[in-house]
Design a protein around this ligand. Structure first.
Ligand code: BTN
Length: 259
């Protein structure tokens, strides 16, 4: 069963101060990421949020496609204007907010796969894409793009069935996208404001990570590394212990769990 996204139901539930208060809804867009960039270039206020019921050119990290059929999921982008020192923090706050909101609304135990995928069990539930634009060394704006599989029928989406999941597939029933959305924006705003007050966000993020102490393989710009995920630094950098006992710091990459 597919149902349209009700802006009224979402706005009735929204408890934020500014995130999502300016809310632009589209039935179909190529990508909310591009629409949000246009808004940001035009001077949009921080927190401006663009949600599409369907994307025809949804994109993920590393140039991948993001499967975005209508009537099922959340695809949205938020215009943010963080200080430069909070830019990397966004990539920790969003997956944490997703885990917290999914837990609050459904009770499902979502976890973070470094750096910012959200998984339930071994399968991906949500992804986060942060684009940013600088003027000199100041962040002009950041666009946080979130794709969260809410009521996606996994049996109808064979190409991602083995690697992805949805809330409804895990719960065995559909949930209201509007409630998940309103809860998620609220959780995000709380964490973002805490970070701006100087609270050490990475500790909460670290507590949600499912890789620490486990054998992993990481593909990054420098090649492939294998070892034990030993720790993360406050800025999110991963510290991997190689089989020979040496350590390597990895700032960005794609993790595969090995056991
Ligand atoms: C990932 O690869 O894990 C990140 C996925 C990000 C997908 C979202 S859906 C809303 C926004 N618009 C896009 O085109 N991508 C992001």
């Amino acid at each position: 069963m597919t149902q349209g996204f009700s802006v009224e139901a979402f706005q009735a539930r929204l408890r934020t101060r500014y995130v999502g208060r300016r809310f632009l809804y589209h039935e179909r867009l190529p990508s909310t990421q591009d629409a949000a960039r246009q808004e940001a270039e035009g001077g949009a206020l921080e927190g401006t949020t663009i949600l599409a019921d369907q994307q025809t050119a949804g994109r993920g990290r590393l140039g991948r496609q993001w499967v975005s059929p209508p009537g099922a999921n959340l695809y949205f982008s938020v215009v943010l204007r963080p200080a430069a020192e909070h830019l990397r923090t966004l990539g920790m706050i969003w997956p944490m907010a997703i885990c917290q909101a999914v837990g609050e609304v459904t009770g499902l135990p979502a976890r973070v796969k470094w750096p910012n995928d959200v998984l339930v069990g071994p399968r991906k539930l949500a992804g986060v894409l942060i684009d940013s634009e600088f003027s000199g060394d100041q962040v002009d704006y950041a666009i946080a793009g979130i794709g969260l599989n809410v009521n996606l029928d996994m049996s109808a989406n064979e190409e991602i069935r083995d690697i992805a999941t949805s809330i409804s597939a895990e719960l065995g029933r559909e949930v209201a996208r509007e409630e998940v959305m309103a809860t998620l924006l609220h959780r995000f705003e709380q964490l973002y404001e805490a970070a701006r007050r100087g609270q050490p966000v990475h500790l909460g993020w670290k507590a949600h990570l499912d890789i620490l102490g486990r054998p992993i393989r990481v593909r990054s710009g420098e090649g492939v590394e294998q070892g034990i995920a030993e720790d993360v630094e406050p800025d999110g950098t991963l510290i991997l212990r190689r089989p020979d006992g040496s350590h390597v710091r990895i700032e960005a990459g794609e993790v595969t769990l090995k056991g």
